[in-house]
Design a protein around this ligand. Structure first.
Ligand code: SF4
Length: 331
């Protein structure tokens, strides 16, 4: 999600294109006012990835965002019109008709802070069952107006609760699911929480789009999301394995691994496993599943492939030699 003011077209376009360049596939922008909704038209002209408009409360913002070219809108029908579940709602009817005519989906985005009082009372607070009941109520509102092009999200900041909620949603509904841990926190803790939550769900086969939500630069969210998908082999990428080092290590492995990681990011992201190991005696054997690897010793290192030594090189050239070897393989 962008962090710029959506009404600031230049800043928003620049941020979206920077994020797309590092692997963001879909972008969501906040639409808190009409200036933001209007700016979607100009933003869309200058970006290449789909744009989701995030709207709370005001149906006019939703209508304008749809007209301006949003590829999906995220709303909670119940907070656009609190009477929508009990009576008829012209506001929801208008949004559903506009989305149907543009053939764009609506993502119902329930979160733990948006649960209705009666549902909270019935379930004794925020539970997976409460989250799912609220989501199903929102679905019913859209279905009432012949709208079924629906995506769902039901995030909380509690990892276990979020995973339980999505598992239940997956069991009870057939709509695509946007998954993530909301308000996951700062970079370090947020990535851990997101990796556990998103990872657990993806391993269950649950989740169609993901978002890592961090109190950090948006680029960190994309890097973390890509790393999660790469770790699960759901997105191609060069996987680095490196040893934790021990008393046999005589080189600065942390520095070497960081350099390898940075340089590999610049190569085409194919499915390769690259090992960076701390000693030449045990390294190749411990990393024999790696396609290529290096181990360093006193002044000299080795390059190996599938556990077999293919070359020796002075330590100062070892990373260059590894990168050249990988380039020859990936070109
Ligand atoms: Fe220790 Fe060598 Fe194994 Fe690294 S590869 S953990 S340095 S024995």
């Amino acid at each position: 999600m962008t962090t710029t003011k959506t009404s600031d077209v230049a800043a928003t376009v620049a941020q979206i294109n920077d994020l797309a360049a590092i692997g963001c596939d879909i972008i969501r922008v906040a639409v808190p006012d009409m200036a933001s909704a209007n700016s979607i038209e100009k933003i869309k002209e200058k970006i290449t990835i789909p744009l989701v408009a995030d709207i709370h409360f005001d149906h006019k913002l939703a209508l304008r965002a749809i007209e301006a070219g949003a590829d999906k809108i995220r709303i909670n029908p119940g907070n656009i019109d609190p009477n929508a579940s009990t009576g008829s709602s012209e506001k929801i009817k208008a949004i559903a008709a506009a989305c149907n005519s543009k053939k764009i989906p609506i993502r119902i985005g329930v979160n733990s802070g948006s649960l209705e009082k009666n549902i909270l009372a019935k379930h004794g607070g925020v539970t997976a069952e409460a989250m799912v009941e609220s989501t199903i109520n929102h679905i019913a509102i859209l279905n009432k107006y012949d709208f079924d092009n629906i995506w769902l999200s039901a995030k909380t900041s509690n990892v276990r609760l979020t995973v339980d909620t999505y598992r239940l949603l997956h069991e009870k509904t057939n709509y695509p699911l946007h998954i993530g841990i909301t308000e996951a926190g700062t970079e370090y803790n947020g990535i851990i929480k997101s990796s556990i939550g998103i990872g657990a769900l993806l391993l269950d086969g649950i989740g169609d789009t993901i978002r890592v939500s961090l109190t950090a630069e948006p680029s960190k969210e994309i890097e973390a999301a890509k790393a999660i998908l790469k770790a699960l082999k759901l997105r191609p990428g060069i996987d680095i394995i490196s040893c934790p080092t021990c008393g046999r290590c005589n080189i600065n492995l942390m520095k070497i691994t960081r350099e390898v990681e940075e340089r590999l990011l610049l190569l085409p992201q194919t499915n390769l496993t690259i090992a960076v190991m701390g000693c030449p005696v045990n390294g190749p054997g411990e990393a024999k599943q790696a396609d290529f690897g290096i181990s360093g010793g006193n002044g000299e290192g080795i390059i190996f492939a599938k556990g077999k030594i293919i070359k020796k090189a002075p330590m100062e050239n070892l990373v260059d030699e590894l990168i050249n070897q990988i380039k020859r393989t990936t070109k």
